[in-house]
Design a protein around this ligand. Structure first.
Ligand code: FMN
Length: 191
């Protein structure tokens, strides 16, 4: 087992504490693909009961991103009107990097829960690592990701795989400030 130096532990703690979900990205350029591939390589080291390796990663190119953006804007426009639809479409087109993370489905309910949990750890590995490389991520599960058409556009079989997240990545235009409850509010002791 490796014992980290204090400085190394501080760096890990800092990445965990300071990573933020990025909502606004610099429009271009997209981060180098090697960084994303390195993050996916690390994703595989997430804890995973029975080593089922249930995660699947899809790197989404501009054509597919545009189709998803169109679908989302159409959905959005139905309740918000044309102007909001156009603004939403433009916003999504400006997102520099797109990936989809899925989890293989299982007929076994316990295995499905455990596999989904492992996939969430895997996606967090991705976002934590990218954060250390100066690349921000937004993990989303918005309404569009719950449509059949989304899976169809992405070429993913929804009978075989479930969505863990649509992950946008890029250089942050803005880093939000987010707080957490104090530990005393969430920590319980039992004799
Ligand atoms: C499973 C999951 C789904 C999420 N879906 C969305 C989403 O659809 N839209 C969004 O703005 N943020 C989404 N987020 C990001 C959370 O809103 C974010 O983690 C939370 O606000 C805390 O901010 P932080 O990540 O900067 O600590 C999601 C996060 C997780 C783990």
């Amino acid at each position: 087992m490796t014992t980290f130096t204090d400085a190394q532990s501080d760096a890990v703690a800092g990445a965990i504490r300071n990573r933020r979900t990025i909502h606004n990205f610099e429009p271009a350029p997209a981060p180098p693909e090697e960084e994303v591939l390195a993050a996916i390589d690390l994703a595989r080291w997430a804890p995973n009961h029975h080593l089922t390796e249930p995660w699947r990663f899809y790197l989404i190119g501009p054509e597919t991103a545009r189709k998803i953006s169109r679908l989302n804007a159409d959905m959005y426009g139905q309740s918000r009107g044309e102007q909001a639809e156009a603004a939403k479409y433009a916003r999504w087109l400006g997102i520099p990097g797109w990936a989809i993370v899925t989890c293989l489905r299982s007929d076994d309910e316990i295995r499905q829960r455990e596999d989904y949990a492992a996939c969430c750890c895997a996606l967090h590995n991705v976002q934590l690592y990218l954060w250390t490389r100066g690349i921000g991520v937004k993990w989303t599960t918005g309404a569009v990701t719950r449509t059949d058409r989304f899976f169809e556009i992405a070429g993913i079989d929804p009978e075989r795989e479930m969505l863990v997240g649509l992950a946008w990545y890029g250089f942050a235009a803005e880093v939000p400030c987010v707080q957490r409850k104090p530990v005393r509010d969430i920590l319980h002791r039992r004799p």
